[in-house]
Design a protein around this ligand. Structure first.
Ligand SMILES: *Cc1c(COP(=O)(O)O)cnc(C)c1O
Length: 392
């Protein structure tokens, strides 16, 4: 088959022509329950009327001007994000990796301003921060890095979820300026740190003058059962990065900062042609408005509990299941052996799931999933997992 696309993906043999809510349809009108949301992007599901209306309305006015001019929708979105996050300033980008690039550059500039010529950022084992050179260097996964050496310098690796391990790596190094960490590791296999972890990181950063930079690109925008995952801990980061769920499918990323991190950038330090354009901002404003109006964050927490209880009920004690875990609508079912084939098995049965870290079934369903659809997901997936495990 002629194919001009670079082979950066092993694509599944399906394409979708339309979607509504948690459902997608392929060309043959076969229906699929989307339990992945385009990897935590379509939190409001597909063809949400409020998002559609916002995009169409804006497309009829103006799509793009430039950051050389004032952009009222960008200002409005900045204010909204500040209001819901407790952060103070925002830089808009177009993706997660770009949001993290903005955070990494901010941390380095913060270091230089404080007389540190070779600033270092602490990053975690099994982390994922993106595919650009700096973000793949920050990522704790050799597969993402191999072949792209030399890596970007200035990252220090520490174990995730382990404050003592982190301190032994970082405290002796006078060049450390920041910690960059996911509150829950997504690509790493829905790994939840101990409950007190973020509080401990906050304390350590305060004591050392380091920036606490949270990558909430996957966990943010209500997915964890709070608007932002750190709100489970009642702390605030110094820097926060967002993308995925922010535009519900319209590309947008954001790097937010507060306190001593808020005034680091000055004109000329950073920029983006597309970042925060009127179309993307209109979509993101509609996302925030809908999440709040429909109480979808609370819903994510409640539905997450329902799903976890359902999986525990049907899979606890089943041989081959290693762990069932999650927070809100980030759910991982860890098997004792690699289970990549489950993705194709599920696809055949009209269910979209993902397997990450080789052995973890990852579910990131839309926040609008109904109780009935959630129960359907549990029943369908549990039957599949049992079939898979019985194949030995
Ligand atoms: C997806 C993801 C990224 C990268 O986002 P892109 O939009 O693909 O560049 C970074 N960090 C985390 C935690 C992610 O889940």
């Amino acid at each position: 088959m002629p194919d001009a696309l670079m082979s950066t993906y092993n694509r599944l043999p399906v394409s979708f022509s339309r979607g509504e809510g948690v459902w997608l349809w392929d060309k043959a009108e076969k229906r699929y329950l989307d339990a992945l949301s385009g990897i935590a992007v379509c939190g409001l599901g597909h063809s949400h009327p409020a998002i559609k209306a916002a995009i169409c309305r804006q497309a009829g006015k103006v799509l793009h001007t430039s950051n050389l001019y004032q952009i009222p929708l960008q200002e409005q979105l900045g204010d909204e994000l500040a209001r819901i996050s407790g952060m103070e300033r925002v830089f808009f980008a177009n993706s997660g990796a770009e949001a993290n690039e903005a955070a990494i550059k901010l941390a380095r500039l913060y270091g230089h301003r404080n007389g540190i010529a070779n600033p270092a950022i602490v990053v975690m084992e099994q982390s994922f921060h993106g595919r650009t050179l700096a973000t793949l260097s920050a990522t704790g996964n050799h597969k993402v890095q191999v072949g792209f050496e030399p890596l970007v310098q200035g990252f220090l690796r520490a174990p995730f979820g382990d404050i003592a391990g982190l301190r032994s790596v970082a405290e002796a190094d006078p060049n450390v300026v920041a910690i960059l960490v996911e509150p829950i590791q997504g690509e790493g296999g829905i790994k939840l740190p101990p409950l007190e972890y973020l509080n401990q990181l906050r304390e350590l950063c305060d004591r050392q003058g380091w920036l606490l930079m949270l990558d909430e690109i996957q966990t943010g925008m209500g997915r964890s059962g709070r608007m932002f995952s750190y709100q489970h801990n009642r702390i605030l980061p110094d820097v926060l990065t967002l993308a995925k769920g922010l535009g519900n499918g319209v590309p947008i990323g954001a790097c937010l900062a507060r306190g001593k991190a808020a005034e680091v950038y000055a004109p000329g330090n950073h920029g983006s042609t597309f970042g925060g354009n009127p179309l993307a901002c209109a979509a993101a404003l509609a996302v925030i408005e809908t999440l709040e109006a429909d109480k979808l964050v609370e819903r994510a927490e409640r539905l997450g509990r329902r799903l976890l209880a359902g999986f525990a009920d049907q899979l606890t004690g089943v041989g081959g299941i290693a762990d069932i875990r999650g927070q809100g609508l980030l759910i991982g079912i860890e098997l004792e052996r690699p289970c990549g084939e489950l993705v194709t098995m599920a696809l055949e049965q009209g269910l979209l799931i993902n397997v990450t870290a080789e052995r973890v079934v990852r579910l990131l369903p839309p926040l609008i999933i109904s109780d009935i659809e959630a129960d359907l997901l549990v029943n369908q997936l549990c039957a599949l997992v049992k079939t898979f495990l019985a194949q030995g």
